[in-house]
Unconditional design. Sequence first.
Length: 441
Amino acid sequence: MGTMKERFKAVSEAANTEIKTILKEHGTKIIGEVQLGQVFQGMRGITGLVTETSLLDAHEGIRFRGYSIPDLQKKLPKAPGGSEPLPEGLFYLMLIGELPTEEDVQYISSVWQRRSHVPNHVFDVIDAMPLNTHPMTMFVSGIMALQTESNFAKKYAEGMSKKDYWEWTFDDSMDLIARLPRIAAYIYRRKYKNNDHIHPNGLLDWAGNLAHMLGYNDNSFKELMRLYMTIHADHEGGNVSAHTTHLVGSALSDPYLALAAGMNGLAGPLHGLANQEVIKWIFEMRDDLKTENPTREQIGQYVRKTLDEGKVVPGYGHAVLRKTDPRFTAQMEFGKKHMPNDPLVQMVWNIYEEVPPILKSLGKVKNPWPNVDAHSGALLVHYGLKEYEFYTVLFGVSRALGVLASLIWDRALQLPLERPKSVTTELVKRWLKGEDEIWGE
């Protein structure tokens, strides 16, 4: 791997030394307090993880190594003639901690091109499933089938030093990232395009090649894939896909096993499947209103109807953010540049004008603003990719960049097996009565 691997070795060893010093001097310092409600309600807001690659700020949105989404759009290298950041550059930034050069990005592209071959047995596993299988089930099965290629698993079975765990995690992660676009495109073409597959183009960048293999060769669609893969790549460590990958990896399960677990989490309706739910809800609105160009008043009425039925408006609200998701804004700007007159895209913008005031008026929603899922489907539909069940697979290809970069860091820092303490409700009741101790008191 040469350059990038050596750079990572240097920065991770320096970080390791720094963290050991911090723990030696401040390891007993209390960080935050846990409330009983947090214990029962999903550990929301409990600081319990270290994720080096990104940090989510409630007001500024996601920052990758300190850089915001607009920063990335300005500072990361672009494809020739393009204006959107190349995901290869973001991966480098998350892994190394500094902005890449054009040469760094070209190097990663070439490495992923060389490592992109998918063994035939992986396609055989996917082909064995009924065509009505959800694309995410096929995707996870493809990743699991690829596990036969794990260098980490082979080296661990032979016996290797802890200090070398990161190196084989690195190699597995690079192989995985290189191969995921091929698997995703194969699933798409098998399920939706009559098994008419398109071979990779070794001259294209990672996201551009994904667009090509999906069958969409419009240059602006390639640009959309570059943007999409960048803005969906990471969202600090507490979300389900990132945390699950970290948790499973902490058992020294290899990157294939860890990523497959994380992707199963991403497939949940409260996580990555939400982008599917958004476009589905918009299609249902158009059918219900019997128009492809509903007025803002009609949209507002349908939103209230959705809420009155005890349902949520998909794509709105976020566990952490307290403003419009910058990833939504980036996609809105893309839409204004490439498809300003598209009726569906305009409908998304009108929904954006209507939903927050309605949610605010209820007084029950901390964040009434749109998140990343509220816009992505409309952009894909514009280019003809209307099969919304597939959208989470695209999300998964992107999210692999962040969770695998984090997994490499986990092994470089030799983070231990994750094993939080759990309690029973009976113990909580005894503690509240002063009859027992809890949480080490």
